[in-house]
Design a protein around this ligand. Structure first.
Ligand code: CO
Length: 503
């Protein structure tokens, strides 16, 4: 068979599998947005059947044969950069999937799907013991998964590979350690600052329908295409995509906090802009999907924090916010508003944390899940360990499990190795933003005039459009001229907060 026929055959197969993946993603979206509570068990079975079907299709020996033929062309240097990336990525996933027995994939899908409902109940009643048996089962399955996949230094490495290919826990540990030292020290500097910021001026009762309207206004202004996506509500905001033309985001609203939803909305919009920026002609191949979770998260963090919590951004949006909600904003100056939304205060809930303390929440989760997977700690001790780390790193006391160890959905879904990608995203975001400003010195001036398209175009050209053509490390090098360097993030934090807190 010639090269073109092999590639065409492979693309055809991959597109079918991609469609199954999209159906699973849609069921997952529905589970968080629409599904009635009693549907949990049935849904778990449906998800298990489809997951197993996707697994069987992807591990079909025919795909192995096609990859084997491509390998010959690759060795002879006959694949161009795009073909080569397709081979590299499909082969990597194929080899990995082949290592997981069908029965295992089925069991993991069924267990995590069932666990979701139990986690919701446990969190509602703040009862870790209710969730503990399910979590123990999931941890045991994830350890087995790591063993099937193979690992050298730590079983956690095998799980990290799912979200951030090529990265080891050793590298994460060293980058996080440096960051943890900087942040714990910097948080102290902020708490010793004479500047006192109070959120009391943002208090009020807000009409949720108007909040929704404002969120939609901001989302579309920065570039979210509502003709190619939807915005709904869920307990835990997230974004997902079912292919070209259908990128979904969710958010959540509070009647007494008008800005509660906005951070999440802009964050998820950042994810969706990446999905909407992938090239539809590559759909079904790795070139039509995002690089890694870390790079995906860099996009959401860019919009949420570096853009969405910046002064120029609010110079444009604040007069609009004042129009939507005259009270209390007509009596509040932009400068003061800007300081309030950038308040730094150690807190309990990760998703509500400010951008300075946020990464400490992640360091805690990374340290815990790594030790859970390598067996140095046990599930039953989690609340105790969680609470003591919060005391040590953030100086906060956890009142109950609902606001402590039960707050995140991730572990119930079997997502071990996912948390570090949030902080990696923060680190990448500052590095990309730094380069964008070098390329476009008037960038922030444009923001203050409500012009976000030039920045989005920069992201599209430099990052979105390539899909998986480059690895995360290659992309970072290509866009910024160096590997991932946490210094950019630390410089960004000090540059911004030294001013706010007069440090
Ligand atoms: Co995100």
């Amino acid at each position: 068979m010639d090269k073109k026929r092999i590639l065409d055959k492979l693309k055809l197969r991959l597109t079918d599998i991609e469609h199954l993946g999209a159906a699973l993603a849609l069921l997952d979206w529905d589970m968080s947005v629409n599904m009635p509570p009693k549907a949990s068990e049935t849904r778990a079975k449906i998800v298990a059947t489809l997951s197993s079907l996707a697994h069987t299709q992807f591990t079909d020996p025919e795909i192995g044969k096609l990859l084997f033929s491509l390998k010959r062309f690759e060795k002879q240097g006959m694949l161009d950069a795009k073909e080569s990336a397709i081979y590299r990525e499909v082969n990597r996933s194929y080899v990995k999937e082949l290592k997981l027995p069908d029965a295992f994939v089925n069991e993991l899908a069924r267990t995590t799907s069932e666990a979701h409902g139990i986690w919701v109940q446990a969190r509602k009643s703040s009862n870790f013991k209710l969730f503990s048996p399910q979590l123990s089962k999931i941890v045991e399955l994830k350890r087995r998964q790591a063993d099937y996949l193979g690992w050298k230094e730590s079983p956690y490495d095998a799980l990290l590979e799912d979200f951030e290919p090529g990265l080891t826990s050793e590298e994460v540990s060293s980058k996080f350690h440096h960051l943890k030292e900087f942040l714990t020290d910097y948080v102290k500097k902020i708490s010793n600052s004479k500047v006192r910021i109070s959120t009391s001026k943002l208090k009020g009762v807000f009409d949720v329908a108007t909040e929704k309207e404002f969120n939609r206004f901001v989302a579309s202004k920065v570039g979210f295409d509502f003709e190619a996506g939807r915005m709904d509500e869920s307990a835990h905001p997230f974004s997902t995509s079912f292919g070209p033309g259908d990128a979904r985001i969710t958010t959540r609203y509070k009647e007494d906090d008008v800005l509660y939803s906005l951070g999440s909305t802009i964050h998820e919009v950042g994810h969706a802009l990446y999905e909407q920026g992938l090239k539809s002609e590559y759909h079904g191949t790795p070139l039509g999907t995002s690089v890694s979770l870390g790079i995906h998260e860099s996009q959401s963090r860019l919009w949420e924090n570096l853009v969405g919590k910046s002064f120029p951004f609010w110079k444009y949006f604040y007069p609009n916010l004042q129009k939507f909600f005259t009270k209390p904003f007509n009596n509040l100056q932009l400068e003061e508003f800007y300081n309030i939304i950038n308040l730094v205060k150690p807190s309990l809930i990760r998703t509500e944390a400010d951008e300075v303390t946020y990464n400490l929440h992640i360091v805690i989760r990374f340290e815990i899940e790594k030790e859970l997977i390598d067996g140095s700690i046990e599930v039953k001790d989690l609340p105790k360990i969680w609470n003591s780390k919060y005391k040590e790193y953030l100086g906060v006391k956890i009142p109950d499990d609902a606001t402590g160890v039960l707050q995140d959905v991730h572990w119930s879904a079997g997502l071990f190795g996912y948390f570090p990608t949030y902080t990696l995203g923060n680190l990448y975001s500052a590095q990309f933003y730094n380069k964008a400003k070098q390329d476009m010195p008037n960038l922030e001036k444009l923001f203050s005039k409500g012009k976000f398209q030039p920045f989005l175009s920069w992201l599209r050209t430099n990052i979105h459009e390539h899909g998986k053509l480059f690895t995360a490390a290659e992309l970072c090098q290509r866009v910024t001229g160096e590997g991932l360097n946490p210094e950019h993030y630390m410089r960004y934090i000090t540059g911004k907060y030294n001013k706010i807190y007069k440090i």
